[in-house]
Design a protein around this ligand. Structure first.
Ligand code: PXP
Length: 242
């Protein structure tokens, strides 16, 4: 088992608070710095088509000022591809996006649009950007991800996070099988969505998983604990898992 699991801190919801009032604070860049000082191995943001939280200027400012890698979540649109190619984050994570959803609801249908995914992966990789695909823990999607040329899959843990006990165990088993399948195909395995301090340990204990991306719960905990302690507390928890 790799010793240390990487913690990606998603700071979208710092921007959510700012956008709620249309003011200039709290600063997303400041949040990124505190997170990296507190144990984040990478910073993740999602530039959504409707710009509901993160703005184009945030992405460029983070690119210029972060010490740790930047992971930019993007929908498979020509607009996003142009932006990501010009910003050049370290990683791009391809996600499905629907305007009306509260948050990313399901994994990307890689199998159903393999040629498009292959083309986008190739364009990003030629620009020196590594690519992960946010997919459900589903055999067909993992197989297609292996064929797409992507560097990694990010397994969608939202279903796991939303279930109660027995169903959660079953979903954990699906995540475990999917992580092994992806590893066998030579893909790095990341995971995320809906994770928090109460449900993260079993996922962090999956041997093939190298990285977790966590956002909403960390920013929610930061309201009471401060961002530094919220991130540092998650880091301590992840270290217990291995
Ligand atoms: N990974 C991906 C691909 C996501 O879209 C999100 C949500 O933006 C996350 C991880 C983080 O999810 P959460 O905010 O529920 O921790």
């Amino acid at each position: 088992m790799p010793k240390r699991i990487r913690l990606g801190v998603n700071i979208d919801h710092v921007a959510t608070v700012r956008q709620a009032r249309g003011v200039s604070y709290p600063s997303v860049v400041h949040a990124g710095h505190i997170a990296e000082l507190s144990g984040a191995d990478l910073i993740t943001v999602h530039l959504r088509e409707d710009r509901r939280h993160i703005q184009d200027t945030d992405v460029r400012a983070l690119r210029e000022s972060l010490q740790v890698p930047l992971n930019l979540e993007m929908a498979l649109t020509d607009e996003m591809l142009d932006i990501v190619l010009s910003v050049k984050p370290d990683w791009a994570c391809l996600v499905p996006e629907k305007r009306e959803e509260l948050t990313t609801e399901g994994g990307l249908d890689v199998a159903g649009q393999l040629q498009r995914v292959q083309d986008v992966c190739q364009a990003l990789q030629q620009a020196g950007i590594k690519v992960s695909l946010f997919v459900d823990p589903d055999r067909e999607q993992i197989q297609a991800s292996g064929a797409s040329g992507a560097d990694a899959v990010e397994l969608h843990t939202g279903t796991y996070a939303n279930q109660v006990k027995k169903a959660q165990q079953e979903e954990l088993q699906r995540l475990s099988l999917a992580s092994q399948q992806a590893g066998t195909l030579g893909l790095q395995v990341h995971a995320g969505h809906g994770l928090n301090r109460h449900n993260v340990l079993p996922v962090a204990g999956l041997e093939a998983v190298e990285e977790l991306n966590i956002g909403h719960a960390l920013i929610a905990d930061a309201v009471f604990l401060g961002l530094a302690e919220s991130v540092a507390g998650m880091r301590r928890l992840l270290d217990q898992a291995r």
